[in-house]
Write a protein that binds this ligand. Structure first.
Ligand SMILES: CC(=O)N[C@H]1[C@@H](OP(=O)(O)OP(=O)(O)OC[C@H]2O[C@@H](n3ccc(=O)[nH]c3=O)[C@H](O)[C@@H]2O)O[C@H](CO)[C@@H](O)[C@@H]1O
Ligand SMILES: C=C(OP(=O)(O)O)C(=O)O
Length: 419
């Protein structure tokens, strides 16, 4: 298992190219199962979750042809229904996103229950309710979700209890093959959901309201071959923005889109970063002393939960005390005890973390528990004196393309070693 050895204290300067968004790529790969027409996706990030999702759809008979490093042609012409096994599903929760497309296309689907993970229980009840509203019979059998709709799905009004990203995506994909109109209310407004709508539109679906709380789908339209370029990863861009701020540096985030990052940029500016549009993306630099600020994670357009851990690392060295409230996942503070090993001073009270800033961090061996926790430890390591060794780097490789190489090019001292 690889480890990253970080020797901190270096100022970062340079340009990082932002990859395509993992969280947009995963549902779009699943969406290819909806029709029998090929889908070509470009700007695919080279991360292990994307490789696993491509393996998953290939397991259903989708012919996957890589075109260079960041593009793939998915031909679902001879796809067949089967069961998504626990081994694949447990590696990556997003694999549950094949449920809607399989059910919609084949009239039945059997997908292993994804189970919880380090950040929370993550039930799929809202996915199930959405499919049931469209007329499916959904049962749990021996750890599998078994869904059927032999006579086909029917358009319906789906009111989501919370604006779940995944449940909105399941509802959307299934609705494209349902007879008649589907209205999805309290839909997630994340750019990744809007990007899925863009792909579905290119595939022939009729959708209105992408990026809003109310999405309307006219189902059962003729399918066509489609090509789509995945949006840049706003979480990756935010992570590098924090890397610039935490090292007192200056980075160009090539390809980053300000319109997807308003809340993040506002928070980073409030703590002492300067952010401005550059010729090729966004420029971020630390403008002076870092100040503390309170944040609350929220569904888009609020501050993203996927940047909460990274922001905590930044607050550890900012002057003053900050309060970080996590409202999206019930257990997303697994990084706290590991950050403490580097000298970060955090007290947890339920879903709120109180960070006393202004600490001088000292390198230590730390262990990642999930994707964003691992990158937060790396960021803290960049700001710490001495050597930090981050273990279980496979978490990081799930969602960051060549993170260590990109940072090294900007002046970081990071070495990847096989443990
Ligand atoms: C692959 C992908 O896109 N992952 C993202 C997606 O995850 P994911 O789609 O799993 O996140 P959701 O928006 O569905 O989850 C939000 C909250 O709703 C709860 N919930 C969700 C579904 C359900 O059926 N029942 C239920 O109770 C979850 O446990 C969580 O507390 O959005 C999250 C919130 O922005 C991000 O952190 C993840 O990076
Ligand atoms: C939680 C995340 O991903 P997933 O939903 O795939 O676990 C993430 O990207 O931070």
């Amino acid at each position: 298992m690889d480890q990253l050895v970080v020797r901190g204290g270096r100022r970062l300067e340079g340009s990082v190219s932002i990859a395509g968004a993992k969280n947009a790529a995963l549902p779009q790969i699943a969406a290819a199962l909806l029709s029998d027409r090929p889908v070509t996706l470009s700007n695919l990030p080279r991360v292990s979750d994307v490789a696993s999702m491509l393996d998953l759809v290939a397991g259903y008979g989708v012919h996957v042809e890589a075109i260079g490093a960041h593009q793939a042609r998915l031909d679902p012409g001879s796809a067949q229904n089967g069961a998504a096994h626990y081994e694949l599903v447990r590696r990556m929760r997003a694999s549950v996103l094949v449920l809607g497309p399989l059910l919609a296309r084949f009239g039945e689907a059997r997908v292993s229950l994804p189970g919880g993970c380090a950040i929370g229980a993550r039930p799929i009840d809202l996915h199930v309710k959405a499919l049931a509203a469209l007329g499916a019979q959904v049962d749990m059998e021996g750890g599998y979700v078994v869904a059927s709709a032999r006579g086909g799905l029917r358009g319906a009004r789906i009111v989501l209890q919370n604006p779940s990203v995944g449940a909105t995506e399941t509802a959307l994909m299934a609705a494209t093959r349902a007879r008649g109109e589907t209205e999805i209310l309290n839909a997630a407004r994340e750019p990744e959901v809007a990007d899925l709508c863009a792909l579905l539109l290119a595939m022939g679906a009729r959708i209105e309201g992408a990026g809003t709380h109310r999405i309307l789908v006219q189902g059962d339209q003729p399918w066509r071959a489609a090509s789509h370029e995945i949006i840049p990863d706003r979480v990756e861009a935010g992570t590098y923005g924090i890397a610039a701020a935490i090292t007192g540096g200056r980075l160009e985030l090539e390809g980053a889109r300000l319109e997807h990052m308003a809340s993040v940029c506002q928070v980073l500016e409030s703590v002492g970063a300067r952010i401005w549009p550059g010729d090729r993306g966004l420029m971020v630099e630390r403008a002076g002393a870092l100040k503390a600020a309170d944040i609350t994670t929220e569904p888009y357009p609020g501050f993203p939960t996927d940047l909460q851990a990274q922001f905590m690392a930044l607050m550890a060295i900012a002057e003053g005390a900050s309060m970080i409230r996590e409202t999206v996942f019930e257990n997303r503070f697994m990084h706290v005890p590991e950050l403490a090993r580097l000298g970060v001073d955090v007290t947890l009270q339920g879903t709120t973390a109180f960070v006393r800033g202004g600490r001088r961090l000292k390198g230590a061996p730390v262990m990642a528990t999930d994707l964003r926790a691992s990158v937060c430890l790396l960021l803290a390591g960049l700001a710490a004196e001495g050597e930090t060794v981050v273990g279980r780097v496979y978490h990081l490789d799930r969602g960051y393309e060549a993170l260590d190489r990109k940072l090294v090019r900007c002046g970081a001292d990071i070495e990847r070693v096989g443990a």
